[in-house]
Design a protein around this ligand. Structure first.
Ligand SMILES: *[C@@H]1O[C@H](CO)[C@@H](O)[C@H](O)[C@H]1NC(C)=O
Length: 239
């Protein structure tokens, strides 16, 4: 009886300015216009300027606005010219980049540019452009489409899944945006949060992208860095 009543109260606020984010949900950051408080038992925690997240523990709180975003909304105060930037962004597409050390403003692309193969972060000048179409993350690659493929999970001890580009679409998993944050989910794989990614350099120091099956920034696999990755819709990809 009591829980029914609680759900009713929560429902009253859903979609309103007072809705609260669930555990591991987003609760702030540049460009975020959704809930800024967390359900009871979770604390809104600054992961980076672009991503605040409801993590277990503590009371519901509201961190202050991120720096450089006084008016709210998706903005960049940087007005650098295209020099050093990439090709101009095609309308409807986004660049995708990391916003935290050690991969700050490294951009998603193919290891061999515009080709099928490993998904990596790299320099802004080589930034690829993306759309999410029907749950597929699609790279516009020199006139063809490349689809992001997340490798299958071999067994329950596997904590990260490699991402690669293919000329054929993925047959499992769904990419989505949460605000400007890229998420991936698969109903057959239980994860604490869908926005956790890892960058694990390979032997040639290419910055390979993996889905992190564990929580963000906790028990990080050796040699990897935790990242959230984000759409960027500036005219060109710049550092
Ligand atoms: C789980 O899969 C990984 C990756 O294929 C493999 O290296 C490991 O030996 C497997 N472990 C078990 C317990 O099957």
């Amino acid at each position: 009886m009591y829980s029914k009543r609680a759900i009713g109260v929560a429902g009253l606020f859903m979609g309103g300015a007072y809705a609260q984010s669930g555990l591991y949900g987003q609760c702030g950051g540049i460009g975020w216009s959704g809930a800024t408080t967390c359900v009871s038992g979770a604390t809104c925690t600054v992961v980076n300027d672009w991503y605040y997240q409801c993590l277990p523990g503590g009371p519901s709180t509201t961190p202050s606005s991120p720096p450089g975003n006084p008016g709210g909304g998706t903005t960049t105060t940087r007005t650098t010219t295209a020099s050093g930037g990439s090709a101009t962004l095609v309308p409807g597409y986004s660049f995708i980049r990391a916003v935290e050390a050690p991969n700050f403003h490294k951009y998603l692309q193919s290891e061999v540019l515009t080709k099928a193969g490993d998904a990596v972060l790299g320099e802004p000048t080589n930034a690829a452009q993306f759309q999410i179409v029907s749950g597929q993350l699609v790279q516009s690659a020199a006139g063809t489409s490349l689809y992001a493929i997340v490798e299958p999970r071999a067994n329950s001890t596997v904590v990260k899944l490699k991402v690669s580009w293919s000329t054929t679409a993925a047959t499992s998993g769904t990419f989505t945006w949460a605000g400007d944050t890229l998420e991936w989910s698969n109903p057959s794989i239980s994860r604490p949060q869908n926005n956790a990614w890892l960058i694990c350099p390979d032997a040639q120091n290419h910055l390979d992208l993996y889905v992190n099956l564990g929580p963000y920034s906790y028990m990080t696999p050796a040699g990897c860095a935790d990242e959230t990755i984000h759409a960027y819709t500036g005219q060109t990809a710049t550092a």
